[in-house]
Ligand binder design. Structure first.
Ligand code: HEC
Length: 127
């Protein structure tokens, strides 16, 4: 009788431990997944907008590279259209470029990349 109850308790404990393991693995997986968000790729449309303002694909590429490597050192990749052009240019970029210790050319390219992504988003919303 006593032995039986002990078995029931240990089985409940085992189930509980298994449940905890599953839950913690799932949330770990989820955070891995969230971190995989990608910087907007350099498409023909993006390139066309940059070229119209006199910028080259090379600048866009450098900007994207900076954004996806240097701007993820302290936090996850930010979503560019989550912030307005004013917020990017006057608040976040000056502050974060300093935090990421960007060279002037890197800062300039990042600015071009972010502005171009914002323009493309505008174009897609109001064609
Ligand atoms: C040295 C660490 C560090 C680096 C590198 C860095 N950031 Fe940040 N960033 C932070 C911290 C910390 C915050 C949280 C808000 C604060 O304290 O200002 C933040 C907040 C932000 C925010 C505001 C998010 C919000 O809603 O609060 C944006 C946008 C941002 N970072 C973009 C960037 C970009 C773009 C780069 C690359 C140029 C970058 N960050 C590089 C540390 C960093």
């Amino acid at each position: 009788m006593n032995k039986c109850r002990w078995r029931r308790i240990s089985r409940a404990f085992l189930l509980y431990a298994l449940l905890l393991l599953v839950v913690s693995c799932r949330s770990w997986n989820l955070s891995l997944f969230e971190r995989q968000a990608e910087a907007p790729p350099i498409t023909a449309d993006l390139n066309a907008i940059a070229m119209r303002s006199g910028h080259t694909e090379q600048t866009l590429k450098l900007g994207r590279e900076v954004f996806s490597t240097r701007c993820t050192e302290c936090h996850e990749l930010r979503t560019i259209p989550d912030y307005s052009e004013e917020e990017w240019l006057y608040d976040y970029l000056p502050l974060m470029a300093r935090r990421a210790r960007l060279q002037p050319a890197e800062h300039g390219a990042l600015k071009v990349y972010i502005r171009t992504v914002l323009r493309l988003k505008q174009q897609q919303m109001h064609p």
